[in-house]
Design a protein around this ligand. Structure first.
Ligand code: ATP
Ligand code: MG
Length: 216
């Protein structure tokens, strides 16, 4: 099977507490999976390991069949991974919404005009165009989450790692995100506590429970 992410025998403990042990997971190109589990079960930690932000105690992560032997290895896949943290406080790099949305594509060398057009289209799709000139830190928690998601989606990463993309979002915003994520044919791991949201995206749901992943 051609996979974007393979996890083999992954173990992680923090402060002497085992969060998971010998965990295995394969995600093929264009496959969407969801991970659920109680508070503190280790879902965010697992996403951070896959994103290359923290190191597991044991086990291997492969991206596009290449083993990530160190956090440095992840560098070449930075543009391929779109990681939305659960807490987006430290996510933003620029003061205004439009600058943040445009940042990655501008860094890739695309022209200002082209990137601005794409950014406006993305903001329109998410129904947040009126926020474009607002200061990031004046936005509400829900608005910040949706802006962070827009900043990720505009770069069209090959793997999306989304940690509670809809927490703090109202029903309408959730609906828009469902439509957008359903229109994207990329590998996705979605961590969420919202059952109906998850079920609208994928039938493949795992529960992180008692240190391993179980298919529901
Ligand atoms: N940097 C850290 N230092 C100490 N403990 C940590 C750290 N990061 C996570 N933990 C602990 O690891 C456990 C798992 O945390 P994690 O954030 O992965 O859980 P989660 O499943 O995402 O929970 P939630 O549903 O509440 O978001 C928690 O008990 C948490 O306190
Ligand atoms: Mg979490």
């Amino acid at each position: 099977m051609s996979c974007s992410v393979n996890i083999k025998n992954l173990s992680y403990e923090i402060n002497g507490r085992v969060l998971f042990e010998n965990l295995n997971l394969d995600i093929s190109h264009k496959e969407k999976i969801a991970i659920v589990g109680s508070n503190g079960s280790g879902k965010s930690s697992l996403l951070k390991i896959i994103a290359g932000l923290i190191k597991p105690n044991k086990g291997k992560v492969f991206l596009f069949h290449e083993e990530m032997t160190s956090l440095k290895e992840y560098k070449k896949f930075r543009n391929e991974i779109g990681y939305l943290p659960q807490d987006v406080n430290d996510f933003f790099l620029c003061p205004t919404v439009i600058e943040d949305i445009m940042f990655n594509l501008r860094a890739k060398g695309l022209s200002k005009e082209e990137v601005y057009k794409k950014a406006c289209l993305m903001l329109e799709q998410l129904d947040i165009l009126p926020l474009q000139n607002r200061n990031i830190f004046d936005l509400s928690g829900g608005e910040q989450k949706i802006v962070a998601l827009a900043a990720i989606l505009i770069s069209e990463p090959k793997i999306l790692l989304l940690d509670e993309p809809t927490n703090a979002l109202d029903d309408e915003a959730q609906e828009k995100i469902i439509n957008i994520l359903n229109s994207i044919n990329k590998s996705m791991i979605i961590v969420s506590h919202h059952k109906s949201f998850i079920q609208s995206l994928t039938p493949t749901i795992y529960k992180l429970n008692q240190d391993n992943l179980k298919r529901l």
